[in-house]
Design a protein. Structure first.
Length: 309
């Protein structure tokens, strides 16, 4: 019996506040052990399989680094075309196969709901590493961890989620996860890329104040945390629509003159052009610190779902 109610991590809204606190505290402890140079064997004898049917740098490598830091082993499929999915094998059959090889599964897949489908096919823990435009819950937990490190407290903050918030699974998960806290949201996007109504309605139903805007400047002015996202070319059916929107929200250094003094800039990465590189040395630019936080959070999740924490 794990300390979490579910052995799978499929959605950010599956967690109670107590579970979120446990994950954050476990990650803090692992980060302290890493900082102290300690070598862990928490996961010795266990194998993680990472199945990535869409590109990834941070999520796959930080999961694999996390497993290795915990003393476990890793096997991987880094692209669908190098697996039997390219021959027409179903996700169900792939999952039934890898359960003979591994103890925990991390899956990125283009289809919304794929992680749930995988979890239904196996008793092994399945962690959703992004299911298309659906959810990316482990990213949201590392985002929360980052906010707590940068600001100490989440309550009282205004978070502006901006860019392609229609298609970015990261912001869908983050909005739902942070609905456990006393925050305000600004959802800022071009009209065609607005936050899905279902997410807006659920956040408002949790008692959170939401302002919707088509203006990046408004988001910058109001935010304690400005969360940028890339316009997700792979989610557009019409290439011309992508071309018309790809430069809609670009953050330049001079646009930060009106920002609050303690502004934190976040981005799940990869970025394309939406944050100009001269922003990188802005003191609140936390996006590379954010990506590094993926390791302790994913150590915590791997250890908790396998009952090794
Ligand atoms: N943030 C994130 O999911 O990055 P990758 O696509 O590189 O995994």
């Amino acid at each position: 019996m794990t300390k979490l109610r579910s052995g799978d991590v499929l959605r950010s809204d599956q967690f109670t506040k107590e579970e979120i606190d446990l994950i954050i505290e476990t990650a803090r402890q692992y980060e302290a052990t890493l900082d102290a140079g300690e070598v862990l064997d928490t996961m010795r004898g266990l194998v993680l399989v990472t199945l990535f049917y869409e590109p990834s740098t941070r999520t796959r490598l930080s999961f694999e680094a996390a497993m290795l830091r915990l003393g476990g082993g890793v096997i991987t499929v880094a692209e669908a075309k190098s697996s039997s999915a390219a021959k027409g094998e179903s996700l169900h059959d792939t999952i039934k196969t890898v359960e003979g090889y591994a103890d925990v599964i991390v899956l990125r897949h283009p289809q919304i709901g794929a992680a749930k489908e995988a979890a239904d096919a196996t008793n092994l823990p399945v962690l959703n590493a992004g299911d298309g435009a659906g959810q990316h819950p482990t990213q949201s937990l590392l985002d929360l961890y980052t906010i707590l490190k940068e600001h100490e407290n989440v309550d009282g903050l205004t978070l502006a989620l901006t860019g392609d918030i229609k298609n970015a699974s990261t912001v869908h998960s983050l909005a739902l996860l942070l609905s456990n806290y006393d925050v305000e949201f600004v959802f800022a996007a071009p009209d065609a890329l607005r936050m899905p109504t279902e997410i807006v309605d659920r956040v408002r139903a949790a008692g959170i104040k939401v302002t919707e805007s088509t203006d990046l400047a408004t988001a910058i002015r109001k935010a304690d945390v400005l969360y940028m996202t890339r316009i997700q070319r792979e989610r557009f059916e019409d290439p011309d629509e992508y071309e018309s929107l790809k430069d809609a929200f670009i953050l330049r250094r001079e646009m930060l003159f009106d920002a609050k003094s303690n502004l934190t800039l976040m981005h799940p990465l990869p970025r394309v052009n939406e944050i100009v590189t001269d922003v990188d040395d802005y003191p609140g630019a936390a996006y590379f610190r954010q990506s590094a936080n993926g390791v302790p959070i994913r150590m915590a999740l791997l250890a908790l779902v396998t009952d090794r924490a």
